[in-house]
Design a protein around this ligand. Structure first.
Ligand code: CA
Ligand code: CA
Ligand code: CA
Length: 298
């Protein structure tokens, strides 16, 4: 390391500590920069760092910042200890399958703040459905079946800081074994837990003759053989059924044949009593016998 006489009229020596000095809690580093023309200060380029230097600042002291560098004039050397580390994400939510940039900054022992690009921080997942964090601090969220909390940890200079994120459930049918099967994952997990083949839409694990797909639509318990959707003909033109869910729409369909595809929705009058609903075809046509069914939709 070369030494020159401290002649601020001809040259300025600047010592820099900053984000480029990664990994050491207490850092002293020196860079030699050439002053601007006339020795009165100005921009100086030291390769990886660029600083605006003024003779006045050099004598009176002061702190200037530019990007990730902090220039503290008036000191023959610049030493700092990072006092604390903070990390954040803005906003602190991320859609499942999407990415969120993580940021960090350190508060130094002279109360200055050092903003650090994500790549200068070591990131790790503490908990939750974050599937990866890139070298630049880009966190990628995995699939969830409900809004789920996650915590990632940033570390630098012997300090650590947590970032709390919420991974938002934006697709109701994309989670694990239950993805893309037409049933809401929250419903499947609620009744069958995680990764249970019995949760498949065509399965009938309670043996009541109604598939999981139908029991989901009927809003009944697919694990209880006594929990069923029941319908019966209670008049020539009326069907009574239960249970009735406010989450579903029920319509009466009629056909002259028992098998599909002859069914079509017909105008019907509705009445509720004792947890049951009765749909009566408003104006059944004369002619051959009719078959009825209840169409359920969500
Ligand atoms: Ca989801
Ligand atoms: Ca599903
Ligand atoms: Ca069943």
């Amino acid at each position: 390391m070369s030494r020159r006489p401290p002649n601020p009229a001809r040259a300025a020596r600047a010592l820099f500590c900053g984000a480029a000095l990664v990994g050491a809690p207490a850092v002293a580093q020196e860079a030699h920069l050439s002053a601007g023309a006339g020795g009165g200060g100005g921009p100086a380029d030291g390769g990886a760092v660029v600083a605006q230097i003024s003779i006045g600042d050099a004598f009176s002291g002061g702190v200037s910042t530019g990007g990730n560098l902090i220039d503290k004039g008036g000191f023959t050397g610049q030493l700092f200890d990072p006092r604390s580390l903070s990390a954040s994400a803005a906003p602190d939510t991320v859609d499942e399958g999407a990415a969120r940039q993580l940021d960090a900054s350190a508060t130094l022992d002279d109360d200055t703040t050092l903003n650090m690009p994500g790549e200068f921080v070591g990131w790790s997942v503490q908990s939750g459905p974050i599937v990866s964090i890139s070298a630049t601090g880009l966190a990628v969220a995995g699939a969830v079946f409900e809004d789920t909390a996650a915590t990632v940890v940033g570390s630098w200079g012997g300090l650590t800081a947590d970032v709390d994120l919420t991974v938002l459930d934006i697709d109701p049918d994309n989670f694990g074994l239950y993805a893309g099967d037409g049933l809401e994952d929250t419903w499947q997990i609620g009744f069958f837990g995680l990764e249970n083949p019995d949760a498949g839409p065509a399965r009938d694990p309670d043996g009541d003759g109604q598939s999981n797909a139908f029991e989901f639509l009927a809003v009944v318990d697919p694990t209880d053989p006594l929990s069923l959707f029941c319908a019966e003909l209670t008049a020539e033109n009326a069907v009574t059924f239960s249970p009735v869910s406010p989450l579903r729409t029920y319509r009466l369909s009629a056909s002259t044949a028992a098998a599909p595809p002859g069914f079509s929705v017909v105008p019907a009058d509705a009445s509720d009593a004792g947890g049951e609903r009765t749909l009566s075809e408003t104006a059944p046509p004369p002619g051959p016998r009719r078959f009825y069914r209840i169409d359920i939709s969500d």
